[in-house]
Design a protein around this ligand. Structure first.
Ligand code: NAP
Ligand code: ZN
Length: 345
């Protein structure tokens, strides 16, 4: 089946309109008419080969929201017209210890990413910057009624990537939690941590984001470049979630942790981070990482957002504005997720 899409033909090339081939709808598949597709900084890292060698042409996009247009003969979980979403992976082995524990995001065989990867049969995976996608029903999420499709799309990556570590490390009442970087991930981290009942601090390198941070649910704002304020905050946080897309001073962040505190990295800068072992040792600190979340937890997160009355703060754009939007993301000038109106592709 031919589908209109936006693709990068080679590393660093601007995105341009094209047509891709999608597989036909198999017995276990759902055909989705995409309504909105979020722009994640990972799209940019990968299309510019900032992480590793990528597969081209690349149709990025792993924050997909739309409606079911057709279902295969074995599909029981979805019907035509349902509001659904697709996130960062579209298959996993289903058999390893992690897959059996709803940790397909840590599949030992390696999950099939929504784009810039290959299905287990070797065909390239194309993402959400297009009009339609075909996905196995096991990798499709239900979008609750209380959320619009545009505010739901970014939850499929930015939402779950911040929700999962906040749950894993127990964000909640009585916990002092800091979120670093108010971008797509960070603004969801602030909203989730607030909804979970934690005392939330936004740490940002942009003084102009103070008011937005407080409006989104932060109780406090800490400017990363304010040395006095950073010094005064030392030893105070139980949990810090670092959602920054660039390499920053990790020792500086870890010094803000209380004894036994944890810094979780979700941001994936192109360069390795360095940390002094003294920083770790002197207060029994923990440095951790976290990668999106399992399917069950992603559905839990969508339901949690709907129950608490929030989605993502989005700026809807036309497909011909994608390249401009990417530049704004790189310049930390997104408030707080660009979402492509797929009808303009
Ligand atoms: P984004 O919207 O660009 O947000 C990143 C934020 O980091 C910026 O808004 C900015 O916040 C801060 N920042 C950027 N450059 C900085 C610098 N030089 N110094 C200090 N702060 C800086 O990106 P995103 O889509 O949220 O993604 C963030 C990172 O997470 C990316 O690396 C992405 O690839 C990664 N990611 C990881 C996962 C996972 O599962 N682990 C999933 C999705 C994305 P302030 O202006 O507030 O400082
Ligand atoms: Zn993403």
């Amino acid at each position: 089946m031919k589908v209109a899409a936006y693709a990068a033909e080679s590393a660093g090339a601007p995105l341009a309109p094209t047509t891709i081939n999608r597989s036909e709808v198999g017995p276990n598949d759902v055909l989705i008419d995409i309504a909105f597709s979020g722009i994640c900084h990972s799209d940019i890292h990968q299309a510019r080969e900032e992480w590793f060698t990528s597969i081209f042409p690349m149709v990025p996009g792993h924050e997909i929201a739309g409606t079911v247009a057709a279902v295969g003969s074995n599909v029981t979980r979805f019907a035509v017209g349902d509001r659904v979403g697709v996130g960062v992976f579209v298959d996993s082995c289903g058999e390893c210890g992690n897959c059996r524990k709803d940790l397909g995001n840590y599949c030992i065989k390696g999950f099939v990413p929504t784009y810039n990867g290959r299905h287990y049969d070797g065909t390239p995976a194309y993402g959400g910057y297009c009009r339609q996608i075909v996905v196995n029903q096991g990798y499709v999420l239900r979008i609750p009624d209380g959320l619009s499709l545009e505010e739901a799309a970014p939850l499929l990556c930015a939402g779950i990537t911040t929700y999962s570590p906040l749950r894993e490390w127990g964000a909640g009442p009585g916990k002092k939690v800091a979120i670093v970087g108010l971008g797509g991930l960070g603004h969801m981290g602030v909203k989730h941590a607030h909804a979970m009942g934690a005392d939330v601090t936004l740490i940002s390198h942009s003084p102009g984001k103070r008011d937005d941070g407080l409006r989104l649910g932060a109780d406090h704002f800490l400017l990363m470049t304010d040395k006095d304020a950073m010094k005064a905050a030392r030893g105070t946080f139980d949990l810090i979630v670092n959602a920054v897309s660039a390499s920053i001073d990790i020792d500086n962040l870890m010094s803000l942790l209380a004894t036994d505190g944890t810094l979780v990295c979700v941001g994936l800068p192109d360069k390795p981070l360095s940390v002094s072992t003294f920083t770790l040792v002197m207060q029994r600190l923990r440095l951790a990482g976290s990668n999106i979340g399992g399917m069950g937890q992603t559905q839990e997160m969508l339901d949690f957002c709907a129950a608490n009355g929030y989605g993502s703060d989005v700026e809807v754009i036309r497909a011909d504005q994608i390249n401009e939007a990417w530049e704004r993301v790189v310049n930390s000038d997104v408030r707080y997720r660009f979402v492509i109106d797929a009808s303009t592709i």
